[in-house]
Ligand binder design. Structure first.
Ligand code: SF4
Length: 335
């Protein structure tokens, strides 16, 4: 076997044909590929930037290439477009939606806000970023799990109730953290909603030293069993604090483990099973495939086009997400 010269660069990884085509197209278009942590690993591996909603929204404002390929779901690509009106934003599959978006139609929210006003309730509307542009335009603040605590604690004036839409689990969690009066919309994430408490208790017995980490989109009964609750970036930061090989029980979308394994391969990660589906993968995120990423770049379509409601939604997004936190959150959720 020939001696390995440490000065010789490592050979480039062998790419499959579709991945190689994507990288060629990326050069031709001058595109930047953004991918959410909930995308399949093969898509994340090709991305220039991976992240959660907050990180991707912020990074989208720093991109200087004319084309953004957004590997995520529709509301995320719309957010990237709102923050980059002059750029072409491509989404591999326009049908990549979100159960939280579906849970809060704008006309129902508007009607409910009118009812509250008619009853002289003093409130501000805080919407989770997982909502339509019309819902964002009807809101005072947009939050991700990364800035939610800061906004709820510091930006909604004292004396106001908070109408929190659409995720009741994240809303309840924030209510508990901050003690603010909240009216919770009845929406939930179809992936985080279905983790099985029974299976988690069983896993904890089988792995007594394991650390359980859970996303605040999970119901309260899962969060009560978790050693750490936080959004995706916060989970990554939390795992980074363990220096010795450790087992983690992970209650969030399963592709998140790809990033954890990539960054911290010394640990073992076990997904907490769901009640009805043990894969824990988001079917909306899964609509994006390598082939669809390639095709949207080839065809420059589907493209996110500017909608009238983006004007107001953009203002709410910019003041909510692009300003630094007023104070460091007590419970940093990252996102
Ligand atoms: S994981 Fe849940 S919140 Fe995220 S896109 Fe899928 S359905 Fe929506």
């Amino acid at each position: 076997m020939p001696a390995i010269d440490s000065r010789t660069p490592a050979p480039a990884p062998v790419l499959d044909d579709v991945s190689a085509e994507i990288l060629d197209l990326k050069k031709q278009l001058g595109a930047t590929i953004l991918a959410h942590y909930y995308q399949e690993g093969e898509i994340q591996a090709l991305a220039d930037i991976t992240g959660d909603s907050l990180k991707l929204a912020r990074e989208a404002t720093k991109v200087d290439s004319p084309v953004i390929v957004f590997c995520g779901v529709l509301f995320m690509a719309e957010t990237a477009k709102m923050l980059n009106p002059a750029k072409t934003v491509l989404l591999p599959d326009l049908k990549a939606g979100c159960s939280l978006v579906d849970a809060c139609p704008a006309d129902k929210l508007e009607h409910y806000q009118e009812v509250l006003r008619a009853n002289d309730r003093k409130f501000q509307t805080v919407c989770y970023i997982n909502s339509s542009a019309k819902v964002k335009a009807l809101s005072d603040w947009v939050v991700t799990s990364g800035n939610a605590e800061d906004v709820v604690r510091n930006k909604v004036p004292p004396g106001y109730e908070i109408l929190f839409v659409p995720d009741k689990h994240l809303g309840r969690y924030l209510q508990e953290l901050t003690g603010r009066d909240m009216i919770l919309w009845d929406g939930s994430c179809m992936v985080h909603e279905i983790f099985s408490v029974v299976d988690l208790i069983k896993q904890k017995k089988e792995h007594p030293k394991a650390v359980t980490i859970a996303h605040p989109e999970c119901p309260q009964n899962i969060l009560q069993l978790a050693d750490f609750a936080g959004g995706t970036e916060a989970m990554i930061k939390h795992v980074a604090t363990y220096k010795e090989p450790t087992e983690f029980l992970v209650a969030t979308e399963a592709n998140m483990m790809w990033e954890l394994e990539r960054r911290y391969p010394q640990h073992a990660y076990l997904g907490v099973p769901g009640i009805t589906c043990s894969c824990n993968k988001c079917p909306h995120m899964a609509r994006n495939t390598l082939e669809k990423v390639r095709d949207c770049m080839k065809n420059r379509s589907p493209e996110i086009l500017w909608q009238p409601e983006f004007d107001k939604a953009k203002e709410v997004l910019a003041r909510s997400l692009l300003n630094p936190p007023v104070t460091a959150p007590v419970h940093p959720m990252g996102d």
